[in-house]
Design a protein around this ligand. Structure first.
Ligand SMILES: *[C@@H]1O[C@H](CO)[C@@H](O)[C@H](O)[C@H]1NC(C)=O
Ligand SMILES: *[C@@H]1O[C@H](CO)[C@@H](O)[C@H](O)[C@H]1NC(C)=O
Length: 289
C-alpha cells in the first residue's frame, strides 16, 4: 500500500499537487462554514444544561452493569415539570433544528385536512371548524432519513413506554387562524363506545417556531375553569408557546387508568407565522400495524 502511494506520487506533476492542495483547502473551508452555521442555533439559556450533559457523560465511573436490554450510557434528557394537574413535562431541545426541518419536509408531501374521531351523534358537518389544521400520519419505518426512528427511540427512553405502544407520528401544520378546540386525547367509553385500547400519554414535538399564537393550552390546569361552562374554543389556562425542537409530554389518564379531566387541551389559533408539530400518541396496549 505504502509503496504504491509513493510510486504514484513520483508521477504527479507540480500543477496536480497544487490542485489537490486547493481541494483540501476548499473542503476544510466548507466544513468550517457548516460548523459556524450551527453555532447561533445553540440557545444561550441552555449553556448550563449542555455542560451538565457533558460532565455526566465523562463521569463514566459510576455506571452500573446494565441488563440485556439496557444501555451503557447515562442519557441526559433535560426536562421541566410544567404541571401535576395535568401531569405535563417540557423537554427543551429534544430534537435539533435540522431534525425538525427534515420531518416537516417528509410531511409536506402528504398533507391532508385533519380528521376528528366522532362521538356518538356527531357528524363531519356538526364538528366542522373544530380542527382546522392539515396533517399526515408517518411511521418511523416509512422514513428513510432515520430521523423519526431516532426521535421515537428518544421518546421511548424519556417516557419508558415502549415504542410498540405508540401510534404513527401525526404531523400537523396550522396556518394563520387555524386551531384545534379543546379536547381529550383519551377516548371516554361513555362518549365513544367501548375501546380496544386507550391513549395514556401524548408527546408533542414542536417542529417550528410560531411568531404569535399557536400555543398548546390546558384550560383545566390545576382544576380551574371546570364546571363553569367553559367555551371549548377559548384560549385560556396553561399555555405552552411552541419552540422548534422542544417537546411536551402529558398524561391523559391517572396511574389507575381513569381519564384525567385536567388533560383537556387544544391549540390556540396561529396569529402570525405557521405552526408545525409532530404528535405521538402512546397507548396502554401494543399497536399492531
Ligand atoms: C391551584 O393550585 C394552588 C396550589 O396548590 C392552589 O392554592 C389553588 O387553590 C389551585 N387553584 C385551583 C383553581 O384549583
Ligand atoms: C383514580 O385516580 C384518581 C387520581 O388519583 C382519583 O381521583 C380517582 O378517584 C381514582 N379512580 C378510581 C376509580 O379509583
Amino acid at each position: 500500500m505504502k509503496g504504491k502511494a509513493q510510486r504514484s506520487k513520483t508521477k504527479l506533476g507540480l500543477p496536480v499537487v497544487i490542485l489537490i492542495c486547493s481541494l483540501f483547502f476548499l473542503a476544510g473551508f466548507f466544513f468550517s462554514t457548516l460548523l459556524s452555521q450551527g453555532v447561533p442555533r445553540v440557545r444561550p439559556r441552555l449553556r448550563g444544561l449542555e455542560l451538565v450533559e457533558e460532565e455526566e457523560e465523562e463521569a463514566g465511573e459510576g455506571l452500573l452493569p446494565h441488563g440485556e436490554t439496557g444501555e451503557a450510557l447515562v442519557n441526559a434528557i433535560p426536562f421541566q415539570v410544567l404541571s401535576w394537574q395535568p401531569r405535563a413535562l417540557y423537554f427543551p431541545n429534544f430534537a435539533t433544528a435540522k431534525q425538525c426541518d427534515t420531518i416537516v419536509e417528509i410531511a409536506k408531501a402528504n398533507l391532508k385536512p385533519s380528521l376528528l374521531a366522532l362521538r356518538k351523534g356527531e357528524t363531519t358537518e356538526s364538528t366542522k371548524g373544530t380542527r382546522t389544521s392539515s396533517g399526515t400520519f408517518v411511521s418511523a419505518s416509512e422514513d428513510e432519513t432515520g430521523v423519526l426512528d431516532l426521535i421515537e427511540r428518544k421518546i421511548a427512553r424519556a417516557t419508558m413506554l415502549p415504542r410498540t405502544h405508540g401510534e404513527a407520528f401525526n404531523v400537523l401544520r396550522y396556518e394563520l387562524g387555524q386551531k384545534y378546540d379543546s379536547h381529550y386525547d383519551a377516548f371516554n367509553p361513555t362518549e365513544y363506545g367501548p375501546q380496544q385500547s386507550q391513549r395514556v400519554a401524548s408527546f408533542l414535538l414542536y417542529l417550528s417556531n410560531v411568531e404569535e399564537g399557536g400555543e398548546t393550552m390546558f384550560p383545566f390546569e390545576n382544576g380551574s375553569n371546570i364546571g363553569i361552562g367553559y367555551d371549548y374554543r377559548k384560549c385560556i389556562g396553561l399555555k405552552v408557546k411552541p419552540r422548534q425542537g422542544d417537546g411536551l409530554l402529558f398524561y391523559s389518564v391517572f396511574p389507575n387508568g381513569t381519564i384525567d379531566r385536567t388533560s383537556l387541551h387544544g391549540s390556540c389559533p396561529v396569529i402570525n407565522g405557521e405552526k408545525w408539530v409532530a404528535t405521538k400518541w402512546i397507548r396502554d396496549q401494543e399497536q399492531v400495524d
